[in-house]
Design a protein around this ligand. Sequence first.
Ligand SMILES: [Fe+2]
Length: 169
Amino acid sequence: MIDSLRCEQANATLLYLEYKGYHWNVAGALFHDLHLLFDDHAKTVLETIDPLAERQRILGAKAEYQIAPLRRYAALSPDGPLPDTPREMVERLLDAHRQVVRGLRTGIALANRAGDAGSADLLTRTLLVHEKMEWFLRELLEGRSALLAEPVEPSPAGPRSEGVAQMGL
Ligand SMILES: [Fe+2]
């Protein structure tokens, strides 16, 4: 049971960082919508971490907090370069949620077999949150496919020099 809680805590930590990375780096026609959606989901994922860690303490185990062991415990491995398009960002996140959902279902079955109603309830509440985010991303992929295919190309860096000059800098 501890392994399952630990894995989901680690998954949530990595998924939070992935969402924030896309929140910061997304660009293109859907920038505003995706920038806000990724941040909203990042906050939602962040809120799941604390109860998963505290449940481990309640069951008598240590709660991990350092990056290296969290990476080891996680089922997700969001490595590699920044996606080229918003579509790829959404697809990667969708895959991540699907993987987390599978892990949560396994954890819930485990908790039920062990008679651990508290962990089963926590994992079920976490599952509902991930299923909802998965639904949002799925709808986005189906509804905005052409716009999502535009490459992520950052705009030229910094404020324009005349703007800076006007500010007296
Ligand atoms: Fe932000």
